[in-house]
Design a binder for this molecule. Structure first.
Ligand code: GLU
Length: 426
């Protein structure tokens, strides 16, 4: 169980995601006695690149897009992190997400630093041709940033294997060779790994089961709500249901549904497959408001969509005993304190959704070897790695008498601190 301590007050600008990172970093640094030098290094991303991307649109006009890539740290290895296509992509968001990647990779025990990239665009409004030209323009602009042993992108919100295939192809053309390990999350068949697609959802399932065990709860006797039905939420819901957990609510940006008897996840998957990937029109439950899913009467809440959805107001009304963060940054620092006071266990993003980057690492290793594993091999290695990370974070949470979130930060910070000290500085 989490040990209850008086929550530390946090101060941050409500709209800054990077401030939300710093708020947690400062709390964890203080609790574990991190050196001031190391804290200062980690408060400042190593490199920030911003590019302008002129792209010929289908209507014959050139549109300029803004592209970003932030390398937060390369202390523990080449920087790693996804590329996001969304309208809210900006310096602050990419910076925050890049720092989370540094901590996520350290928690997952994989030899990478952290980075994140993105393009400010609405991917739903782009034709396939526009998307391809934009992705290739971004790759060309970032050619000196990316590299197999330098900086390795992957999918994130609004991108998938399709974009990763264009990235590796463009990179190969620029550098006149074959560099499959320059990007992960590629389609299987062109260097992708079996099991990568479902990996983030699988990691959510493994960490949920590990937490239930600590809480002495039987998966077959608990209920859950899953927000988001994309790459993370849909696999998480499917895998949790396959372990006997009753999923009572699911939702995406188009609609949210509740069914006390449990939603048939296979039927929901069929529905999205036949309806352009969205839940709108699904008839396996009663339609409810998006926020009602977050405060529904269930044991487990899995936010697996957007950032900043669990605010102070929502946190005050959360009924779940366990929150498993499939999304990056779904809980605000102010909400953290409320959840802690209520004794709700939160498996933080930098642990819970680390399954994706863990299998990205496996993909990169396979690319380097030129030898590919079967799906069982990937799953076995992934599950063992997630369980180890969970135990380490749980131990630190208990040892430092703090939350799982701060326990996860401490786990990461200690590893990065070791790297910084071992390598030295100018
Ligand atoms: N975008 C994913 C994340 O936030 C995966 C990153 C990766 O595989 O490099 O963890």
């Amino acid at each position: 169980m989490t040990t209850k301590t008086k929550p530390t007050p946090v101060e941050h600008h409500e709209n800054s995601m990077f401030d939300a990172v710093l708020a947690r970093l400062d709390i964890a640094a203080k609790i574990c006695g991190l050196s001031e030098d190391v804290t200062n290094i980690l408060r400042n991303p190593q490199r920030q690149v911003k590019v302008s991307l002129p792209v010929m649109m289908d209507n014959g006009k050139v549109q300029i897009f803004e592209g970003f890539r932030t390398i937060h740290s390369t202390i523990l290895g080449p920087s790693k992190g996804g590329i996001r296509y969304a309208m809210d992509v900006c310096d602050d968001e990419v910076k925050a997400l890049s720092a989370w990647m540094t901590f996520k990779c350290a928690v997952a025990n994989i030899p990478y630093g952290g980075a994140k990239g993105g393009i400010k665009c609405d991917p739903r409004k782009l034709s396939i041709g526009e998307s391809e030209r934009l992705t290739r323009a971004y790759t060309a602009a970032m050619a000196d940033v990316f590299g197999v042993d330098k900086d390795i992108p992957a999918p994130d919100m609004g991108t998938s294997g399709r974009e990763m295939a264009w990235i590796v192809d463009e990179y190969n053309k620029i550098f006149r060779g074959s560099f499959p390990g320059v990007v992960t999350g590629k389609p299987v068949g062109i260097g992708g790994s079996l099991g990568r697609d479902a990996a983030t959802g699988r990691g959510v399932m493994i960490s949920t089961l590990a937490a239930l065990k600590k809480m002495n709860l039987d998966p077959k006797k608990v209920t859950a709500s899953v927000q988001g039905f994309g790459n993370v939420g849909s696999h998480a819901a499917r895998l949790l249901a396959s372990r006997g957990i009753k999923i009572c609510a699911i939702g995406d940006h188009t609609a949210t549904f509740w069914n006390e008897k449990g939603i048939d996840i296979q039927a929901a998957l069929r529905h999205t497959k036949e309806n352009g990937g969205v839940l709108r029109g699904f008839n396996g439950g009663t339609e409810i408001k998006a926020n009602e899913l977050l405060t529904a009467n269930v044991d487990i809440l899995v936010p697996a969509a957007l950032q900043n959805v669990i605010t102070e107001e929502i946190a005050a009304n959360v009924k779940a005993k366990l929150i498993v963060e499939g999304a990056n940054g779904p809980t605000t620092p102010e909400a953290d304190s409320i959840l802690q006071e209520k004794g709700i266990i939160v498996i933080p993003d930098i642990l819970a959704n680390g399954g994706g980057v863990t299998v990205s690492y496996f993909e990169w290793v396979q690319n380097k070897y030129g030898h590919y594993w079967n799906e069982e091999e990937v799953k076995t290695k992934h599950d063992a790695s997630m369980n180890d990370a969970f135990e380490q974070v749980w131990y630190n949470g208990q040892h430092y008498k703090t939350t799982m979130r701060i326990g996860a930060y401490i786990t990461a910070l200690k590893k990065v601190e070791f790297g910084i000290k071992a390598k030295g500085s100018y």
